[in-house]
Design a protein. Structure first.
Ligand code: KG4
Ligand code: ZN
Length: 370
């Protein structure tokens, strides 16, 4: 049995969680900073790291309290140490090191993008009042070994990555975005449509009321065999639909229309067209990835999807349809574990602890990774 404290501060959520045996989430606390960044329309790194400093200790205390366990009961301290905003990561990494040192517990640094792939395996305790000592014990391995090989898709604000997984710790990158991540494209498309920050969930809600066939937006699939993604062309095509083609005035390109000129119905239909194209690109790449792996005689049994955009209503529906067509079992992150959270960090760390893959107090934070 393992009880692991996870810490996640890679971007603008300060998060701490306690997970038992890489499966049962005894607590998952997320302190968001959205209101601090809203006036700027995006995350301001300096503001984010200062807010993490203010929030980290209360968040840690809340996570232990909600799990009803003492600090000494922990078996390890895990922290997302890559990729992300370096000042933000350092807050979580420093807190994790201090705890590991004081409590004399193992320290485990986790790649937070890879951890998104573990979120589909997390479960809340079956009984909400279940504490560490009484949550269901299971002798069978988790996740079930027959889940692998698996295809993995991380869709977030910073990443759009396709992976092959042979086990929770054996993760191979197949493709990634060459420009915007899909969540970033959603956020920028939301700005183009005049929606509030952060735009992804707003655009999703609006799209559900629109007609996706009224406007035609392009799907960039790159080369015929490419497993990489590109979303910047889709975003620019939306910009031109909303504002028209720019014209030269005094040698400066200018738009003659603005989002304010759109009717409510235009806005809904444009959101629906964007959503249809963005999700279509993801689903088509899943088909390509299966073909690609089949050529190597690799036949995934499961599709794992994680990351903030995994909360998207159309992606969830289309992914389940894709599973019915292809015969793969589709495991979507539970909605609570789609955005950045620390439960996924603690869950994946269970496998590192079991494999004795530990870090020391020199653990660095890296801006890049994934
Ligand atoms: O995983 P995450 O919380 O942070 C990163 O690691 O980036 O993902 C945040 C992203 C944002 O771009 C947000 O707009 C997007 O996930 N997002 C959505 C939805 N909910 C969150 N995008 C589309 N549809 C949604 N329902
Ligand atoms: Zn993330």
């Amino acid at each position: 049995m393992s009880l692991i404290l996870g810490i996640e501060t890679s971007c603008d959520e300060t998060a701490a969680a306690v997970v038992r045996d890489g499966r049962w989430v005894l607590s998952s606390i997320i302190a968001t900073q959205h209101e601090l960044h809203q006036p700027f329309g995006g995350v301001v790194p300096e503001i984010a790291s200062r807010a993490h400093l203010e929030r980290i200790l209360p968040t840690l205390n809340q996570a232990l309290h909600a799990a009803s366990i003492s600090w000494n009961a922990l078996d390890a301290i895990a922290v997302g140490n890559r990729p992300g905003l370096i000042g933000s990561l350092l807050v979580g990494v420093s807190a994790a090191k201090a705890l590991a040192w004081i409590l004399e517990k193992p320290l485990i640094g986790i790649d937070h993008v890879q951890a998104h792939l573990y979120a589909p395996f997390l479960q809340p305790p079956t009984n909400p009042n279940t504490s560490a000592s009484s949550s269901p014990a299971s002798s069978s391995p988790w996740p079930p070994p027959e889940s692998f090989p698996a295809l993995g898709l991380v869709v977030s604000g910073g990443h759009t990555n396709l992976y092959r997984l042979d086990s929770p710790l054996s993760i191979h990158l197949l493709g990634r975005t060459i420009d915007d991540a899909v969540g970033e494209a959603y956020d920028k498309a939301a700005v183009i449509l005049g929606l509030p920050y952060p735009g992804g969930p707003h655009l999703d809600r609006l799209a559900q009321q629109g007609d996706p066939s009224r406007f035609d937006l392009p799907r960039s699939l790159l080369g015929p065999d490419s497993l990489d993604f590109s979303f910047s062309g889709l975003k620019t095509a939306l910009l031109y639909k909303v504002r028209g083609l720019p014209v030269l005035q005094n040698n400066q390109p200018r738009f003659l229309r603005s989002a304010a000129d759109l009717s409510d119905q235009d806005r809904r239909d444009l959101a629906a067209a964007f959503q249809e194209a963005a999700i279509d690109i993801l689903i088509r790449k899943l088909h390509r990835a299966l073909d690609h792996l089949a050529q190597q005689n690799i036949h995934p049994r499961t599709l794992l999807i994680g990351g903030g955009v995994c909360a998207n209503s159309l992606l969830r529906r289309r992914a389940l349809e894709w599973g019915r067509q292809t015969g793969l079992r589709v495991l979507l992150s539970p909605l609570a574990y789609c955005p950045d959270n620390a439960a996924m960090i603690a869950g994946l760390a269970h496998h590192r602890l079991t494999a004795s893959q530990l870090d020391d107090l020199y653990l660095p934070a890296f801006a890049a990774g994934g």
